[in-house]
Design a protein around this ligand. Structure first.
Ligand SMILES: [Zn+2]
Ligand SMILES: [Zn+2]
Ligand SMILES: [Zn+2]
Length: 143
């Protein structure tokens, strides 16, 4: 994808596509799995940390990125592949590796529909599979 397409995505959700925002969005779009604020700061050393933080908050408010609660207590995010048009129930599942603490997106697996009891209102749904990722499993076999 190119910068022009990123500006269309930002404009569609009502965010003015400044050069910095486009750079941050482009960086996020290049990641295949979840990331933390710290990861982005490492990837974008030229951008002020408070700007990265504010931009992430803005993207999150406009649903361009999903907040991922993997149970580890650290704030992680991942790109919304529907560019902010996700319904809760379309959100995908995640895999948390207990060994390297990395959280992978299982993009092809949507969160299965849950039948809530009458009168219950869902606000946030997360579906996290915990275990050992293939990378860590491979390394431990070698030892
Ligand atoms: Zn989404
Ligand atoms: Zn791992
Ligand atoms: Zn994800």
């Amino acid at each position: 994808m190119h910068t022009e397409q990123y500006s269309i995505i930002l404009e569609e959700v009502g965010i003015r596509p400044t050069a910095t925002r486009l750079l941050i969005y482009g960086t996020i779009a290049g990641l295949t799995d979840t990331f933390s604020l710290g990861n982005l700061e490492d990837l974008l050393p030229s951008i002020d940390k408070s700007v990265i933080f504010r931009t992430l908050t803005l993207f999150h408010e406009h649903h361009l990125i999903h907040g991922v609660d993997d149970g580890s207590g650290s704030h992680k995010y991942c790109l919304c592949h529907n560019h902010g048009h996700c319904l809760n129930e379309e959100a995908h599942c995640h895999f948390y590796c207990e060994h390297c603490q990395k959280t992978y997106c299982l993009d092809k697996d949507s969160i299965p529909p849950i039948r809530l009891p009458e009168g219950f209102v869902a606000k946030k749904v997360s579906y996290v599979v915990k275990g050992i990722c293939s990378e860590c499993a491979r390394k431990s076999r070698k030892q």
